[in-house]
Ligand binder design. Structure first.
Ligand SMILES: Nc1nc2c(ncn2[C@@H]2O[C@H](COP(=O)(O)OP(=O)(O)OP(=O)(O)O)[C@@H](O)[C@H]2O)c(=O)[nH]1
Length: 335
């Protein structure tokens, strides 16, 4: 069973740590073991200390840099450390300037891909300031773009600090959210108090799940001795639990072992417009006569030499993309 990962994003001071503490309390009440990864820009681990104080939770910290820049290479290692402790759920609190898509990217690392699944991206907005960011940060286009992406890719948006604004202001925020993301669940909160069922429902204790599975399999064996309805129910049950609820999803396409051209691959990638956030993989390229590493980001595709010699494949990270369409488009592109 892949461990669900819940990502908290949102600009500085929007209420991420406050929400994390609520999530820890609720997951404890549900008997869930949690792992936490906190990423902070500064050397001082302020939020980590707050969380430690409140929960005594298992924490991994990435300090003094953002997972989107300097700490990118360490992210996979930290997630692996958490994974080794076999939690039922992992919470990641990002820095205020991180793009949550980076996490989806990190989860595609070979040592993580079969073990973790992105369950939800929650973005917190500071009701008092969120409408001013465009003008405050006008000179920093990249930051404005990141803050917009935090809204666009979220599965749940929590507009926090509503005690500090009037109703008219809240309506303006609602309209702004609707413009960028009309699919997310939106909550308006004070001190990050909200119904946590949409976040934690479906997260199960791994040990209990394992025991239940074992019991069901035993029963199935005794009753029919073969592939039974119980077994099918069981695999269905698992499938349900493992479904990714996040709009940001990862797909792995095995590529044929015959050579294809860069142009064919690039044409395939260009079919998905803004839905495709990122792609990478190892493909046998005709003009190179060998395997190349393909990296696609921000609508550009880069080709690099590689020593990889396994089966060719591509990993795609997209928003609201469909595996069947991807596979059939890939098959047609290769003709
Ligand atoms: N007035 C008010 N204050 C709040 C609310 N929610 C959180 N705060 C306070 O705002 C401050 C920042 O909250 P945090 O939860 O630390 O925010 P954060 O997003 O983790 O902040 P960074 O770690 O800087 O990114 C804290 O002092 C909170 O107590 C709210 O709804 N209203």
């Amino acid at each position: 069973m892949r461990i669900p990962v819940i990502v908290l994003s949102g600009f500085l001071g929007s209420g991420k740590t406050t929400l994390l503490l609520r999530l820890l309390e609720e997951s404890k009440r549900r008997g869930l073991q949690h792992g936490i990864l906190m990423n902070e820009l500064g050397k001082q681990d302020v939020d980590g200390l707050i969380v430690d104080e409140h929960s005594g939770a298992v924490l991994e910290k990435l300090l003094d840099g953002c997972v989107c820049y300097s700490k990118k290479s360490e992210l996979g290692g930290s997630l692996k450390m958490l994974l080794n402790r076999k939690p039922d759920v992992i919470f990641i609190e990002l820095t205020g300037v991180a793009n949550p898509e980076e996490i989806a990217d990190a989860l595609t690392e070979p040592r993580l891909i079969g073990h973790l699944r992105l369950k939800q991206i929650i973005t917190l907005l500071d009701a008092e300031h969120v409408l001013d960011y465009n003008s405050i940060f006008a000179s920093d286009k990249q930051l404005v773009q990141t803050l917009r992406r935090q809204i666009e890719v979220a599965d749940m948006i929590v507009v926090n600090k509503t005690d500090l604004v009037r109703m008219g202001h809240i309506l303006k925020i609602k309209a702004m959210i609707h413009k960028h993301n009309d699919r997310a669940i939106v909550s308006f909160t004070k001190h990050s108090y909200l119904d946590l069922s949409p976040v934690l429902d479906g997260v199960e204790q791994i040990e209990i799940t394992k025991q239940a599975t074992f019991k069901r399999l035993q029963m199935a064996k005794v009753s029919t001795g073969g592939r039974s309805e119980e077994k099918q129910k069981d695999s269905h049950h698992h499938h349900e639990n493992e479904r990714s609820f996040s709009r940001v999803q990862t797909f792995t396409l095995p590529c044929s072992s015959t050579h294809i051209t860069k142009k064919q691959v690039e044409q395939f990638l260009s079919l998905w417009g803004n839905s495709l956030l990122r792609a990478k993989g190892y493909i046998l390229i005709s003009e190179a006569g060998k395997m190349l590493l393909m990296q696609h980001a921000g609508r550009r595709t880069y080709w690099e030499p590689t020593f990889y010699s396994g089966e060719p494949y591509i990993v795609l990270i997209g928003i609201e993309m469909n595996e069947e369409s991807l596979q059939s488009a890939w098959n047609s592109s290769m003709k």
